[in-house]
Design a protein around this ligand. Structure first.
Ligand code: UD1
Ligand code: CA
Length: 467
C-alpha cells in the first residue's frame, strides 16, 4: 500500500484559551503534534504532511524529524479546507492518505494499522474510525442507515436533539483514497460556523456511490480529542496510566505510578524499581534491576543493569554503566560516560567526561571535559578548571590516581597512572605516573598569636608587642 499521512494542525484552538498553538501543548515531554507524528512514523509512510496555520515557524521548530512537509492554511476555514491545502504536495501521489487530527494525541500505530488493514481488505474509498463516547457532546455523530451503513457525520452544533443522543462519534481519523480528493472542493460552506467541514465528504461520497465504512475499533481513552485544558489534563493522565500499565506488565515496579512522568520513547528493564516523582524523558533506556529514587530526572540517557540513581539527581544525554551509583543531588550533564561500579556522590557535577569503572567522586566536585581512568579516587571539592575565559581544555587522570581533597586541576593537564596529589593543591603541570605532587604553601605556626590578640581586644597592653 502506498501511504501518505496528513496531520491537520492549523485550527485556532480557541477552546484552550491559551496563546500557545493548541497542537504545541504537551503530553509530558512531547507536544500533541509530535505524539501524532511519532505514531504515524511507525507506519513508514512515503511522506508526512502537517497542515499548519499562522504559527507555522513555531511549529516547524518544535518537531522532529526534519523531513516532515508543511502545507500552510493561512485562515482556519475548517478541516475540509485544511486537507485541500495539501493539494500541491499530494499532486503526484496515488495511494491511500491517512488523515489525522493533531489534537488526538493518544492514537497508537496499532489502531492506525488496523484501520489501514480494514480499508485495504474492503477496498473502501473512505474508511474512518468511530468510537463510543461517554460524553459525545464535543464530537461529530455517526449517522447510519437501517442496515448499519454510515450515511454521514453531523457536527454537534448542527445536530437535532435526537441526533445528539447518538453516542457513536467520529474520531477524526480517516483513510482516504487519493482518487477521492477532488471531491473536497464540493464541500459546502457550513454557515453555522463559517467553515468547510471535512466530515461532509462522507455524505458527498456516499451520494456519489463511493464505498465508505466507519469502523468502531478504538477506545475513547485512545481517541479522545483535546479541545480544552481540562481535556489535556485527562489525556496526560490516560497516557501515564497506559505506559505505566504496560511497563508493570513487563516486570517494572512503580512505587507510586500516579506521580511518574514518562515519555512514550522510554524503555525500562525487568526488576527495576522506580520511586515516586521520577521523570524519564526523551529516548531514555533503563536497564534491568536498576533503582531510581525519588525526584530523579533522566533525559535521553542510558542507564545500564543494576545501576542506582539516588534522590534528586539529573542525568542528561549520558551513559551510566552497570552497577554504578549516582547521587543523591548529582548532575550528570550531556556527553558523560560513567563507568561500571563507579560512585558519583552528593553535589557532584560532571560534563562531557569519561569516568572509568570503580572510580569514585563522592562529594562536592566539578569534573568537566575530563578523561578519568579506572579506580581513581577524586577527593571532596576537586575541580577541573576547564575554562580560561576563551576556550575549554581537557584534564586527563590515569588509572589508579588519587586526587586529594580540594584540588584544582588547571586544564590542559594530565595526572599519570597511580600518582598522588596532596590535598589543597593547584595542579598546573603534568604529574608523572606513580609520583606525589603537592603545590600548597608550607604550614607556618605562630605560637601564642591568638592569646595576644585576645588581650588587646580586652584593652590590656601587651609589653613589647605591636598589638
Ligand atoms: C473534529 C471533527 C469531528 C470529530 C472531532 C474528533 C470536523 C468538522 N469535525 O471536530 O467530527 O468528532 O474532530 O476529535 O472535522 N484544523 C485545521 N484547520 C481548520 C480547523 C481545524 O487544521 O481550519 C485542525 C485542528 O488544528 C485540529 C483538527 O483540525 O487538529 C480538528 O479541528 P477541531 O476544530 O478541533 O475540530 P473538532 O471540533 O474537534
Ligand atoms: Ca478537536
Amino acid at each position: 500500500m502506498k501511504l501518505a499521512v496528513v496531520i491537520l494542525a492549523a485550527g485556532r484552538g480557541e477552546r484552550m484559551n491559551s496563546t500557545l498553538p493548541k497542537v504545541l501543548h504537551r503530553i509530558f515531554d512531547r507536544t500533541m503534534l509530535q505524539c501524532v507524528i511519532d505514531s504515524s512514523e511507525k507506519l513508514m509512510p512515503l511522506r508526512i504532511i502537517a497542515v499548519v496555520g499562522k504559527h507555522f515557524k513555531e511549529i516547524r521548530k518544535s518537531i522532529k524529524p526534519e523531513n516532515i512537509l508543511f502545507a500552510v492554511q493561512k485562515k482556519p476555514n475548517g478541516t475540509g479546507d485544511a486537507l485541500l491545502k495539501t493539494k500541491t504536495l499530494l499532486k503526484d501521489f496515488r495511494g491511500t492518505i491517512l488523515v489525522l487530527n493533531g489534537d488526538v494525541p493518544l492514537i497508537t500505530s496499532e489502531t492506525l494499522k488496523k484501520l489501514l488493514g480494514l480499508h485495504q481488505r474492503a477496498k473502501n474509498d473512505i474508511s474512518l474510525i468511530s468510537f463510543v463516547a461517554a460524553s459525545p457532546a464535543s464530537y461529530g455523530r455517526i449517522l447510519r442507515d437501517r442496515k448499519g451503513r454510515i450515511n454521514s457525520i453531523i457536527e454537534d452544533k448542527d445536530a437535532t436533539e435526537a441526533q445528539k443522543k447518538i453516542n457513536e462519534v467520529n474520531s477524526g481519523v480517516y483513510a482516504i483514497e487519493s482518487s477521492v480528493l477532488p471531491m473536497l472542493k464540493d464541500i459546502p460552506l457550513n454557515t453555522a460556523k463559517g467553515e468547510y467541514y471535512l466530515t461532509d465528504i462522507i455524505g458527498i461520497a456516499r451520494n456519489t456511490g463511493h464505498k465508505i465504512n466507519a469502523y468502531c475499533i478504538g477506545s475513547e481513552d485512545e481517541l479522545m480529542g483535546v479541545n480544552t485544558i481540562s481535556e489535556l489534563l485527562k489525556a496526560r493522565r490516560l497516557f501515564r496510566e497506559r505506559l505505566a500499565d504496560a511497563w508493570i506488565k513487563k516486570g517494572v515496579t512503580f512505587l507510586d505510578h500516579d506521580s511518574i512522568f514518562i515519555s512514550g520513547n522510554v524503555v525500562i528493564g525487568k526488576n527495576t524499581i522506580v520511586y515516586p516523582d521520577v521523570c524519564l524523558e526523551g529516548r531514555t533506556e533503563i536497564g534491568r534491576g536498576c533503582t531510581i529514587y525519588p525526584n530523579v530526572r533522566i533525559i535521553d540517557s542510558i542507564i545500564k543493569d543494576g545501576a542506582v540513581v539516588k534522590d534528586s539527581t539529573v542525568i542528561e544525554g549520558s551513559v551510566v554503566r552497570a552497577k554504578a551509583v549516582v547521587g543523591p543531588f548529582a548532575h550528570i550533564r550531556p556527553g558523560c560516560d560513567i563507568g561500571s561500579e563507579a560512585k558519583i556522590g552528593n553535589f557532584v557535577e560532571i560534563k562531557k567526561s569519561v569516568i572509568g569503572g570503580r572510580t569514585k567522586a563522592s562529594h562536592l566536585s566539578y569534573l568537566g571535559d575530563a578523561s578519568i581512568g579506572k579506580g581513581v579516587n577524586i577527593g571532596a571539592g576537586t575541580i577541573t578548571c576547564n575554562y580560561d575565559g576563551k576556550k575549554k581544555s581537557r584534564t586527563t587522570i590515569e588509572d589508579g590516581a588519587f586526587i586529594g581533597s580540594d584540588t584544582q586541576l588547571i586544564a590542559p593537564v594530565k595526572v599519570g597512572k597511580g600518582a598522588y596529589i596532596g590535598a589543597g593543591s593547584t595542579i598546573t603541570k603534568c604529574v608523572p605516573p606513580m609520583s606525589l605532587s603537592v603545590s600548597r604553601a608550607d604550614q607556618k605556626n605562630i605560637e601564642g598569636w591568638a592569646a595576644k590578640k585576645l588581650k588587646v581586644s580586652k584593652g590590656q597592653r601587651v609589653k613589647g608587642s605591636k598589638l
